[in-house]
Design a protein around this ligand. Structure first.
Ligand code: DAT
Ligand code: MG
Length: 138
């Protein structure tokens, strides 16, 4: 049994695809354990994406994630971390496996390198613990 953290990014919320994402989590057999909608801040994004702060594209991530409200949640289940990563598809939607969320709904990088891949998932059990504390800790 594992717990992982997911985010439906601003484009997913704005396009009305939140229900679709939650449906895919639930029909896979995962159990939602927390969920909230909020407007992210630069501060919380800097914690969440601390490994990417020095990347040249960090400002693009920040602009994207601040565009509108996001939905952050957690769910539990067998091999939840890896299974959710597979369900999302790889980072670049243009390369994501057909049938994955990112392939089915998201857009590949445009000419500015902007990537709007619609969903987030923790990439390890340790990252999930860290991210759950960031978004749901006191
Ligand atoms: P993932 O979201 O698949 O875990 P990541 O943690 O490496 O990918 O990066 C976080 C986000 O940053 C990703 O969802 C989109 C953006 N990003 C990553 N690499 C990028 C790049 N080369 N150019 C533009 N945005 C990028
Ligand atoms: Mg990541």
């Amino acid at each position: 049994m594992q717990e992982t953290l997911f985010i439906i990014k601003p484009d997913g919320v704005e396009r009305g695809l939140a229900g679709e994402v939650l449906r895919r989590i639930e029909r896979r057999g995962f159990k939602l354990t927390r969920i909230k909608m909020l407007q992210a801040s630069k501060e919380i994004l800097a914690k969440h994406y601390e490994d990417l702060l020095e990347k040249p594209f960090y400002h693009q991530i920040e602009t994207y994630m601040l565009e509108g409200p996001i939905i952050v949640g957690t769910f539990t289940g067998s091999d939840a971390v890896k299974t959710w990563r597979k369900t999302m598809g790889v980072t670049n939607p243009a390369e994501a496996e057909l049938g994955s969320i990112r392939a089915d709904f998201a857009q590949g990088p445009d000419e500015n390198g902007d990537m709007r891949n619609m969903v987030h998932g923790s990439d390890s059990v340790e990252a999930a613990k860290r991210e759950i504390e960031i978004w749901f800790g006191e």
